[in-house]
Design a protein around this ligand. Structure first.
Ligand SMILES: N[C@@H](CCC(=O)N[C@@H](CS)C(=O)NCC(=O)O)C(=O)O
Length: 218
């Protein structure tokens, strides 16, 4: 049994999967994407149609999409923590995982990637909409998150793995602010979680890569 994991420490979706790998102490070989090891990029592109990461190769079988990788780990490499509970709680976890990926991280990426487009090919309309939709996502979360400590209550799940990097980065782009105290304290609790803190720390040296400039906090 060998697990090869392709990702980058500053990538939100990489962090989303590193959290369960580390928390369950699942052994894996970390294949970092970057100029220091061009073989890793080449291999990633062979298996991932869009060259996107994270990617997991389990005994030669490629799995991509962060949520599917976490489901795969739970089925094939179960550990102390069950990331997706059974029954109705599992439905809620999958729903919140989609919410954080699509409406928090998705809008964050849309707005952030605009800065990286070639001159004259920006999308100001799409960028403004993404920023507005991010605030709508914050408002929905403020109104619909429970009292915690985690996304579905007492159990730390895949929904929190998705929430941690997405709220971490989204708040750099559009601050959650004091008008959303429940969401702001959930983000603070996530960042104080030792495994999440490890993911944030390993990404720290790459903060100059943040397209809009990383704030001097967190
Ligand atoms: N839906 C994908 C999103 C993955 C994604 O957006 N990955 C980014 C890094 S955080 C990426 O590969 N960016 C490089 C690129 O787009 O070429 C997942 O959940 O794994």
């Amino acid at each position: 049994m060998s697990l090869e994991f392709f990702g980058h420490p500053f990538s939100s979706y990489t962090q989303k999967v590193l959290i369960p790998l580390w928390a369950n102490e699942t052994p894996f070989n970390y294949r970092m994407i970057g100029p220091d090891d061009p073989n890793n990029i080449e291999e990633l592109k062979r298996f991932s149609p869009f060259g996107m990461f994270p990617l997991l190769i389990d005994d030669g079988r490629p799995i991509f999409e962060s949520s599917t990788i976490i489901e795969h780990l739970q089925v094939h490499h179960p550990g102390r923590i069950q990331w997706i509970p059974d029954g109705d709680a599992g439905v809620r976890v999958r729903f919140l995982d989609r919410f954080f990926d699509l409406y928090v991280m998705g809008n964050m990426q849309k707005a952030g990637n605009d800065v990286l487009r070639p001159a004259g090919q920006g999308d100001p309309y799409g960028t403004n909409k993404a920023r507005t939709d991010l605030h709508r996502a914050y408002d929905w979360l403020e109104a619909n998150l429970g009292d915690g400590p985690w996304a579905i209550g007492e159990q730390f799940t895949m929904a929190d793995c998705a929430a941690a990097p997405s709220l971490f980065y989204a708040d750099w782009l559009e601050e959650i602010g004091p008008s959303r105290p429940k969401l702001a304290s959930y983000r603070a609790r996530l960042l104080a979680h030792p495994i999440v803190a490890r993911a944030v720390d390993e990404g720290r040296p790459y903060r100059p890569f943040f397209p809009m400039g990383a704030p001097d906090r967190d």
